[in-house]
Design a protein around this ligand. Structure first.
Ligand code: SDX
Length: 393
């Protein structure tokens, strides 16, 4: 460090805030939302119930949950002009780029969201609109990409069933939601709902600290999540597993690449900034993957390759000494594939799950009146230089 500035690249040892939302213990592999263990919530709660817990701090009673669900269901429709925005995107646009733009476009439809003086307690309507509309925008972006007609939300369905129907219903036949798939999706969204100050949440907080709107802050979070080292890892894991499968399942070759410092290849879905033990979410998802594939009667060779890779890595001293374990992204793609979600939409699923966490953290940051996020640096550039005219250069 120089003088009073201590350099901490990637903020590995810097606490950026105090928060009462999510607790992680990286050594013990513990994750709790508002004090409730992720195991209990994934087993017993619904995603909307968990979103309420994260945003309002308490598990809702029956009355509160019913009215919350009703309000969210009521706001699932999106403005027809959003179709024009989606149509403006080239058909090969990545759905994360489309979603990021659609969320920031909401400030145009709901200008009250731009009022910088609105207290974070007045954003309730904005929050419910966002939770209600993200699945619709995500599904419409996907339908546009595959050239299918967009499906309107069906308010007789629960949150996940509604999303699945918007994603997969086609005009030529009836679409029945499979409860096994809807339940698996609900559990996956719970497991992704919050994770204290990860890259995308820290981004949402920093953008929100300038008093930018909630929509602008969430749009920035979607961009940060898109990166393959963060939420984009779930897509990268499947692409890696498919490459290994295409390569005859040669796990050792990819292990060697992962350990080779001159090779940019990383074992996607492995390692974590905080967890130096198993990511508790990975354990739950691995178990769920076995159950969902069995229930759906799917025998996916990619799952066997993933298990083989995990087995080898957990016994390899490079991974052991660096405490690299499977993270939330390692198995989630296996389930998304099994329930028919296309690879290009995997990170969008992560964003749907992380949305209530981003919202809860943004609200806490604003309610705590956190100062604008503005770190310092250690300067390593040129000392003062005299200007040279173009003739002198
Ligand atoms: C998520 O922060 C969160 O909470 C994120 C998340 C959430 O819920 O929000 O949990 C979701 O993003 C999970 C992580 C998904 N990303 C990946 O699976 C991509 C692969 N993983 C790595 O890129 C890496 O492990 C990170 C990005 C997850 C963590 O990076 P760090 O903490 O900055 O660690 P590092 O890059 O400094 O690695 C430490 C060492 C290095 O080796 P050395 O220089 O010490 O010799 O471990 C090596 C790295 O090269 N390493 C890996 C590796 N991950 C780390 N080597 C091979 N394969 C890997 N996957």
């Amino acid at each position: 460090s120089t003088g009073y500035i201590t350099l901490d690249r990637g903020f590995k040892n810097t606490g950026s805030t105090s928060s009462s939302i999510t607790f992680l213990d990286g050594e013990k592999g513990i994750l709790r939302y508002r004090g409730y263990s992720i195991e209990d919530l994934a087993e017993n709660a619904s995603f909307l119930e968990v979103s309420y817990l994260l945003i309002y701090g308490e598990l809702p009673d029956k009355t509160a949950l019913e009215s919350y669900k009703k309000e969210i269901t009521y706001h699932t429709l999106i403005h027809e002009d959003i179709k024009n925005i989606i149509d403006g995107f080239p058909s090969n646009s990545h759905p994360m780029g489309v979603l990021c733009s659609l969320v920031s476009s909401l400030t145009a439809f709901y200008p009250e969201s731009l009022d910088p003086n609105r207290s974070a307690n007045e954003v309730d309507q904005t929050v419910k609109r966002l939770i209600a509309k993200m699945p619709t925008m995500a599904a419409w972006a996907y339908k546009n990409k595959v050239g299918h007609r967009a499906n309107y939300p069906d308010n007789s369905l629960d949150y996940c069933s509604n999303f699945l129907k918007m994603m997969f219903a086609v005009p030529s036949e009836e679409y029945e939601v499979d409860p096994v798939i809807a339940n698996a999706l609900d559990k996956l969204l719970i497991l992704h709902a919050d994770h204290e100050q990860n890259c995308s949440t820290a981004t949402v907080r920093v953008v929100g600290s300038s008093h930018a709107s909630l929509y602008a802050s969430i749009s920035a979070g979607i961009s940060a999540l898109w990166g393959p080292l963060h939420g984009g890892a779930n897509q990268a894991v499947i692409e890696m597993l498919e490459a290994i499968q295409a390569d005859g399942g040669d796990v050792q070759k990819y292990m060697a690449k992962a350990k080779d410092k001159d090779d940019p290849f990383r074992l996607m879905g492995f390692g974590h900034r905080v967890y130096k033990n198993f990511d508790p979410r990975a354990k739950i998802i691995k178990k769920a993957a076995d159950e969902v594939l069995a229930k759906l009667g799917i025998d996916d060779p990619i799952l066997e390759i993933a298990k083989g890779l995990e087995e080898v890595a957990l016994n390899d001293e490079y991974f052991i000494e660096r405490k690299l374990y499977p993270n939330v992204d390692f198995y989630s793609g296996i389930i998304y594939r099994a329930i028919g979600i296309p690879t290009s939409m995997f990170t969008v699923m992560f964003a749907l799950g992380r949305l209530p966490g981003w919202i809860a953290q943004w609200k806490e940051m604003r309610l705590q009146n956190e100062p604008i996020g503005r770190p310092r640096q250690v300067y390593t550039g040129e000392v003062k230089r005299e200007f040279k005219t173009i003739e002198e250069r």
